[in-house]
Design a protein around this ligand. Structure first.
Ligand SMILES: NC(=O)c1ccc[n+]([C@@H]2O[C@H](COP(=O)([O-])OP(=O)(O)OC[C@H]3O[C@@H](n4cnc5c(N)ncnc54)[C@H](OP(=O)(O)O)[C@@H]3O)[C@@H](O)[C@H]2O)c1
Length: 335
C-alpha cells in the first residue's frame, strides 16, 4: 500500500508518497481500499503548520474518504467485504454532544489521516453510503456536508420559509445551499466572485451578494430581509466577518461559528443587544452523519465536485484549495 505523509514540519511541499505495510486487523476493525479522499481547509492548514495544531509526525493528512471494505476483523457486524463506506470524521463520536475525548479522535490530526490507498478504521468509524452516490461524491461528505447539516438542521432547527446567510462559496457553504434548497429555506449567499455567484444561482441560491463590490454586505442583507436580518448565519469567515454577521442576523437569531478564514477585532455588544445565540460547532456525530445520508438519498443530492486530482499528484489539491478558485469540493482520486 501507499500513503502520503509529512515527515517534518517544513510545509506542503515536504509531503511525500511512501510505501507502507498493510495494517493488521483487530476484532472490531475494517480494512478499506480508498477510492477517493476530499480536501478540507483544515487539512491544508494542518500541513502548513502541524506543530501549531499539536499533530504528531510523521503525519498523513485528510479526514474524508470513501472506498470499498476489503476485510473485516472477527467481531465486525456492521459492514462486510464489498460494502461501500465513507469515513467518520470523529472515530469516537457516535451520538450525543461532543467531548474532549471525542475531539482526540479526529482523522487527519491527531489520528492519522486517510490520504492512502488502504486504511483501517473501526466498524463504527465508517458508515455505509447510499447506492446512488459515486465514491468520489461520497468522499466529500464526512466533514463539510456534515458540518452544514449540523448547523442548519441540528443546531439551527431551521424550517421552510426561514432565511440563512451563507458566507462564500466553499465546500461547507455549497453543501448548506443544497440542503437549504431541499428544506425550503431561503438563502443569501455571498462571494468575492460574480462567476461563483452565478454557479450558486444555478444551485438555487435565492439572493446573491458580492462581498468585494459590496463591502457593506450586512446592510444589503438587512434590505433583503426588510430590515429584520436572517434567522441563521453560517459563519465560515470567523473574526473578520463576525461583526457584520452580528448586524445581519435577526433579533433572537443564531450565528453558527465554524470558520477561521479571516482575522479581526470583535465587539460582542450586538450579541447581547439583539439576544443572538452564538454557537460553535465541530463537524458532527456518526448518528447525525447517518441522518444526513438518509436526507441526501431521499432528495438525491449530488455533491458539487469542483475537480478530481490524481493520487500521485495529491499536493496539487492543497495548492488548488489555497488559491480559492474552486466552488464546492476538491477531491483526490485513487485509481
Ligand atoms: N468547525 C467545523 O466543524 C468546520 C468544518 C468544516 C470547515 N470548517 C471551516 O470553515 C471554513 C470554510 O471551510 P470550507 O471547507 O468551506 O473552505 P473552502 O472550501 O476552502 O472555502 C473557502 C471559501 O471561503 C470564502 N471566504 C474567504 N474569505 C471570506 C470572507 N472574508 N468572507 C466571506 N467568504 C470568504 C471564499 O469564498 P468565495 O471564493 O466565494 O469568496 C472561499 O472560497 C474554514 O475555515 C474551515 O476550516 C470548520
Amino acid at each position: 500500500m501507499k500513503r502520503w505523509q509529512l515527515n517534518e514540519p517544513s510545509g506542503l511541499d515536504a509531503l511525500a508518497l511512501t510505501d507502507a505495510v498493510l495494517p493488521t486487523l483487530k476484532a472490531k476493525d475494517v480494512r478499506i481500499q480508498v477510492a477517493a479522499t476530499a480536501v478540507n481547509y483544515r487539512d491544508y492548514s494542518s500541513l502548513l503548520d502541524p506543530v501549531a495544531r499539536q499533530i504528531p509526525l510523521p503525519f498523513t493528512p485528510n479526514s474524508d474518504c470513501a472506498g470499498i471494505v476489503t476485510d473485516t476483523g472477527s467481531d465486525v457486524s456492521l459492514v462486510k467485504p464489498g460494502d461501500r463506506v465513507a469515513s467518520c470524521f470523529f472515530q469516537q463520536w457516535l451520538d450525543g454532544p461532543c467531548s474532549t475525548d471525542i475531539m482526540r479522535s479526529a482523522l487527519g490530526g491527531p489520528l492519522p489521516g486517510v490520504l492512502a490507498t488502504d486504511i483501517v478504521l473501526t466498524e463504527t468509524g465508517c458508515i455505509k453510503i447510499p447506492d446512488y452516490l459515486s465514491l468520489v461524491d461520497a468522499a466529500t461528505l464526512p466533514c463539510a456536508a456534515l458540518t452544514a447539516w449540523n448547523a442548519l438542521v441540528t443546531i439551527g432547527q431551521l424550517k421552510a420559509g426561514d432565511t440563512v446567510l451563507l458566507l462564500g462559496t466553499g465546500g461547507v457553504s455549497m453543501f448548506a445551499l443544497q440542503l437549504a434548497v431541499t428544506l425550503g429555506i431561503n438563502t443569501i449567499m455571498t462571494s468575492s466572485s460574480d462567476d461563483k455567484l452565478s454557479v450558486a444561482k444555478q444551485f438555487g441560491a435565492t439572493h446573491l451578494l458580492n462581498y468585494r463590490t459590496h463591502p457593506d454586505w450586512h446592510r444589503h442583507v438587512l434590505e433583503i430581509t426588510n430590515g429584520m436580518g436572517v434567522d441563521l448565519t453560517l459563519e465560515t469567515g470567523g473574526a473578520g466577518t463576525l461583526p457584520q454577521s452580528m448586524e445581519a442576523t435577526r433579533v433572537s437569531g443564531c450565528i453558527v461559528l465554524i470558520g477561521i478564514l479571516t482575522a479581526g477585532e470583535i465587539n460582542p455588544v450586538a450579541l447581547m443587544r439583539k439576544s443572538i445565540r452564538l454557537q460553535g460547532l465541530y463537524v458532527g456525530s456518526r448518528q447525525q452523519f447517518g441522518d444526513m445520508l438518509s436526507h441526501f438519498a431521499e432528495h438525491r443530492i449530488q455533491p458539487i465536485v469542483d475537480s478530481v486530482v490524481p493520487f500521485e499528484q495529491a499536493p496539487l489539491a492543497y495548492h488548488k484549495l489555497a488559491t480559492a478558485t474552486h466552488v464546492g469540493k476538491i477531491v483526490i482520486g485513487i485509481e
